[in-house]
Design a protein around this ligand. Structure first.
Ligand SMILES: Nc1nc2c(ncn2[C@@H]2O[C@H](COP(=O)(O)OP(=O)(O)OP(=O)(O)O)[C@@H](O)[C@H]2O)c(=O)[nH]1
Ligand SMILES: [Mg+2]
Length: 455
């Protein structure tokens, strides 16, 4: 399906870098190039996929910028349509003028994700590859980038298409017997069919099990820093991210709101969350902060429960430990620089603890190693294998598993082929949603609305 209209958008973020790219895609793209670009040396004919040096000019000939420009004639382009790019100086003022000139010359501003949507609709990539484009751009760590790149390369798509093919094969066998169902003819080799369906269901279940890891690789592990006021929680956040993000003072109750920082340890993305110190207080702002700290506990994957070297473990700390039952907890004994022997291990005999000093930096590396061990456990090399990280894909595959479960139950109950076919078709519908073989216009709108303009 080739679009009739032509779209334009900046393909690079505004400001910052030296080069800003304006991309045009559609049947009218080449006309824009010919009318608005003046090459330094006019060739007899512009070749496809060749960069030309020259000027971007208004239709009346006035020069706007010195640019490099390229025509990529379809179908050898990302959208498979004729595509033109102007590589300009990355000035907001220039880029805005160039955009306006192209729009006034008959081109429409692209919707978010519209270039990628066109690549999908024109069969250049399937839906999960298209989504991987946005994921790769948004990746917050090396490992997140790797899994997105893998999805973009089509590895997940290949598996999904293979499952769908196996299900279509089973459906074909079931459907050949629908006509006879009135005479109550049993399916031949019903055991074989059930076994095949069960195998597909098991394979998909294995893939769905990788979602927990995939989500952590893509979104980041939530690491919560919890503890009493003044133990050094904000100081630890600052130490780990390497900048003074959180306010640190010697006044207990300094941090009021939860503070979240993206970071990475050992290539794994993490969300590090500093919280208000937990204590009884009459201050309404602090009370709200403490409530927010409690609210975070449920979503935390790992909790750094902080205490001060040289002081007792308090009742509050024990209560916090009880609340953290769904996540792993590492006790962090801070301020070891203040105790005489520089050690705080007598505080928590036999517990999983790391002693640190946010002041001197002692033990910070050991804590990072300990966090890395947590992030890696059970996920060694996960980014090299096939992992599911997208919630939409996970939900569709779960739908497939459920429908196949009903199909298998139906076989056991001796249901007629036409009833069995309904569940199978449902399973095929769900599995096809991942790669976009069965997807509605509304679903596409939702998926692509999460993209930025220019992707
Ligand atoms: N000696 C010493 N002082 C530290 C260390 N870490 C933090 N401090 C000091 O302890 C005080 C409190 O530090 P914060 O990081 O604000 O503590 P917090 O746990 O975030 O406190 P609240 O936000 O009030 O809950 C500050 O004066 C820090 O300079 C350390 O390792 N050694
Ligand atoms: Mg604080």
């Amino acid at each position: 399906m080739i679009n009739e209209d032509t779209i334009v958008a900046p393909a690079t973020a505004a400001g910052g870098g030296g080069v800003g790219i304006i991309r045009v895609s559609g049947p009218d793209a080449e006309r824009q190039f010919l009318e608005l670009f003046r090459p330094t040396f006019q060739p007899e004919q512009f070749k496809t996929h060749h960069f030309y040096y020259g000027h971007f000019c208004r239709p009346d000939g006035e020069i706007l910028d010195e640019v490099m420009a390229v025509i990529m004639r379809g179908p050898r382009s990302f959208t498979t349509e004729d595509t033109v790019e102007f590589h300009c100086h990355n000035s907001i003022v220039i880029l805005r003028q160039i955009l306006n000139i192209i729009i006034n010359n008959g081109v429409r501003m692209a919707d978010p994700g519209e270039f990628t949507k066109r690549a999908f609709l024109n069969g250049r990539v399937d839906l999960c590859q298209a989504e991987a484009v946005a994921d790769l751009i948004a990746a917050k760590s090396e490992k997140a980038g790797k899994v997105a790149l893998q999805q973009l390369s089509g590895r997940l798509s290949a598996s999904i298409k293979e499952y769908r093919k196996r299900l279509l094969h089973i459906l074909a066998l079931v459907e050949t017997h629908i006509d006879f169902s009135e005479e109550d003819i049993e399916l031949p080799d019903v055991v074989g069919l059930a076994n095949d369906a069960r195998k597909v269901k098991d394979d998909i279940s294995l893939l769905v099990q990788t979602y927990a890891t995939g989500r952590l690789l893509q979104e980041g592990t939530h690491i919560l820093i919890l503890g009493a006021p003044n133990v050094g929680k904000s100081s630890l956040l600052n130490r780990l991210v390497g900048s003074d993000r959180a306010i640190v003072t010697d006044i207990p109750g300094t941090t009021r709101d939860s503070l979240e920082e993206q970071h990475q340890i050992g290539g794994f993305p993490i969300k590090l969350i500093d919280t208000a110190g937990i204590r009884k207080t009459d201050d309404p702002i602090e009370t709200e902060g403490i409530k927010r700290a409690y609210d975070r506990i449920e979503k935390a994957d790992l909790v750094l429960l902080m205490v001060e070297a040289g002081s007792e473990i308090k009742e509050t700390d024990r209560r916090l430990l009880d609340l953290c039952q769904n996540s792993e907890v590492i006790w962090v004994v801070n301020k070891v620089d203040r105790v005489r022997n520089g050690k705080g291990d007598d505080l928590l005999p036999g517990m999983d603890s790391v002693e640190i000093s946010c002041k001197t930096g002692q033990g910070i590396e050991a804590l990072e190693v300990r966090i890395k061990q947590h992030l890696e456990s059970g996920r060694e090399g996960a980014e090299e294998s096939l992992v599911l990280y997208n919630a939409r894909h996970c939900a569709s595959l779960q739908g497939t598993i459920d429908a196949l479960g009903l199909f298998l139950e139906g076989i056991e109950q001796g249901l007629s082929p036409d009833l069995l076919a309904i569940e199978l078709r449902q399973a095929i519908q769900y599995v096809g949603e991942v790669t976009g073989e069965s997807v509605t216009e509304e679903m596409l709108d939702v998926i692509f609305s999460h993209f930025c303009i220019g992707k």
